[in-house]
Design a protein around this ligand. Sequence first.
Ligand SMILES: [Ca+2]
Length: 262
Amino acid sequence: MPDHFRAPRAFRLTLLTSRTFAVKSLPLLFAAIIVVAGSGCIGVSAKPAGSTAALGSPAAIKKCRAVRPAEDGAIDDLEDGDNQITKIGGRNGYWWSAADPNGSKIEMQTTEPGAGSEMSMRMTGKTAAGKPEDGTWGVQLGINFVNEGLFYDASKYAGIAFKAKVSPESGRQMRFKIGDINTHKDANVCKACWNHFGKDITLTPEWKEYQVTFSAAQQEPGWGDPRPSAITPSKLIALNWQVGPGQNYDVFIDDVTFLDCE
Ligand SMILES: [Ca+2]
């Protein structure tokens, strides 16, 4: 499978050199593996990847019978209206957006309304028609966890939750992805990069919360190298919401947070 996310890397280079708001930066992802500590949690050893040499493996992914927002889990509620995420838990990264080089467009901005609050992050535009293997992969709204360095250790958490909605005329299909050491190109591990662990999601015109636990996050089938058995929560890089080719979209994201066992 071709590396159809090669293009967005250019945005990251722009970000690294300009250090301005990450309005045009790049795809990040993240993953987490967890050593269990809390009540109601079950430690499950992450098995080495089948025939591939995945790094960052690990310890265990935190699995929970039920989840809740983590104590210091707030990634961003957007209420401050800026492009930096909430500075807590060692996180200080920025929001960014990226689009394929084949005509897809994205605008991102903090805006009203929020999910039961004042503000949210909105991405709107139109993606070009085409196929990912031809470089037409659409657009991404994303977050990187740290402003300096590459990895973020999210192993004490169990997953990520966010609230989202679309305007009535918007396309509703998207994929939420968490880039880690094995899937993000910047880690210099993957041979076929950008197939981050994540989940396909169908949005609605009403605000709804979506939860993606590290134990349930999956790569897309059929491509990517390596293909580890699980995400590596201790070596996350970024997360993003991706809209594929051929869609008009208008999406609102709010209350992004790490989850812990209930
Ligand atoms: Ca909000």
